[in-house]
Design a protein around this ligand. Structure first.
Ligand code: ATP
Ligand code: MG
Ligand code: FE
Length: 337
């Protein structure tokens, strides 16, 4: 049984085929980064239109790569995300489902991210703590199984990826800012700029990144271009240390011994180093998806489809509305529940 996965929640058009028996058979991605670069951020209407242009050829390419002419089920990202962009994926998924007479499932984008480390050969067993760090989310989640998610903490203001992107903008780096800032930080001296570690002195598992952003803005104002790499380094150290400390706290609170990291910021090298070091020092294991599956991709959506189709009869009817801009993760239930 082969599941076609379609992701169009933001600025990546992505398609994959996941086989229940053989695992991932194909994945194709088209990034709109160049399209949005001149505007310094994602323009929703342009994103929708570009998904319309790119989605059908990408589906054809993914099916060809998998050596298939059709799939046995379809999973598409139903939300959260940009409504117009989501509707493109939803409409195409439902149309194909009708044509092929196969079930169609609307997948939660963050569940896709959350379970993406399971796509890797050395997959974590349940239960685990998941750190979801992306452009729109910063979540610590206790995961007992598919659809059994308990939110432990979230951000009170900016998401981590958003903080990376805004800080990159302050430093005059182009869009998308996160990877550019990380590259600049490689050349920076550690410890020259020490920024606040937000909320570390307070109990609990919530985050806040807007104060850090302000501290960086002040430093940038008083510094010259020659200091930018050091500032980037200081920012990155503050963020990754904060994340690492909260992850450890979440593991202690739950008593779990496995940590999973997903979402675009999971591609950050310093974060990986910090968490690897913490795992060695404190005797837990940490799991990352490969870089390509940290940011948006079709494989994670096809994978959730394989886990939830066709057992989830209710979802298989692709409940209305077809797309939702907001969708709290805790509303999900286990397959068939
Ligand atoms: P969401 O999943 O919350 O809807 P999104 O899909 O836009 O948001 P992702 O594609 O998962 O988010 O991740 C994109 C984010 O990851 C951006 O904010 C980007 O700056 C950040 N990012 C990507 N690579 C790196 C890196 N190496 N270091 C830091 N941040 C990074
Ligand atoms: Mg993106
Ligand atoms: Fe995402």
């Amino acid at each position: 049984q082969n599941i076609l996965g379609i992701e169009t929640s933001c600025d990546e058009t992505a398609v994959a085929v996941y086989s229940r028996q053989r695992g991932l058979l194909a994945h194709q991605i088209y990034s709109q980064v160049a399209l949005h670069a001149e505007y310094g951020g994602v323009v929703p209407e342009l994103a929708s239109r570009d998904h319309v242009r790119k989605l059908a050829p990408l589906i054809a390419a993914a099916l060809a790569e998998a050596g298939l002419s059709r799939a046995d089920g379809i999973a598409y990202t139903r939300g959260p995300g940009l409504l117009g962009a989501l509707l493109v994926g939803g409409a195409v998924a439902r149309g194909l489902g009708m044509a092929w007479q196969v079930p169609v499932l609307g997948v939660h984008h963050m569940e896709g991210h959350l379970l993406s480390p399971l796509l890797e050969p050395d997959a974590p067993a349940f239960p685990f703590v998941a750190l979801l760090v992306s452009g729109g989310h910063t979540l610590l989640v206790a995961v007992e199984g598919v659809g059994r998610y308990r939110q432990l903490g979230t951000t009170l203001d900016d998401a981590v990826g958003e903080a990376f992107d805004k800080t990159a903008k302050l430093l005059g780096l182009g869009y998308p800012g996160g990877p550019a800032l990380a590259r600049l930080a490689e050349d920076g001296a550690p410890g020259r700029f020490v920024f606040p570690r937000p909320m570390l002195d307070r109990p609990g598992l919530d985050f806040s990144f807007s104060g850090l952003k302000t501290a960086v803005a002040l430093a940038v104002r008083d510094a010259g271009p020659a200091d930018h790499a050091d500032i980037a380094r200081g920012f990155e150290e503050a963020v990754t240390e904060t994340l690492a400390v909260k992850c450890r706290r979440a593991l202690q609170e739950t008593g779990y011994a496995r940590l999973v990291v997903a979402g675009g910021v999971g591609a950050n090298r310093r974060l990986r180093e910090q968490l690897d070091a913490a795992a060695t020092a404190h005797d837990f294991r940490v799991y990352f998806p490969r870089h390509a599956f940290c940011t948006d991709n079709g494989a994670m959506i096809a994978h959730v489809g394989a886990l939830r189709l066709p057992g989830d009869a209710r979802a298989a009817c692709a409940p209305d509305p077809m797309a939702v801009a907001r969708w709290p993760l805790h509303e999900l239930a286990p397959p068939g529940a």
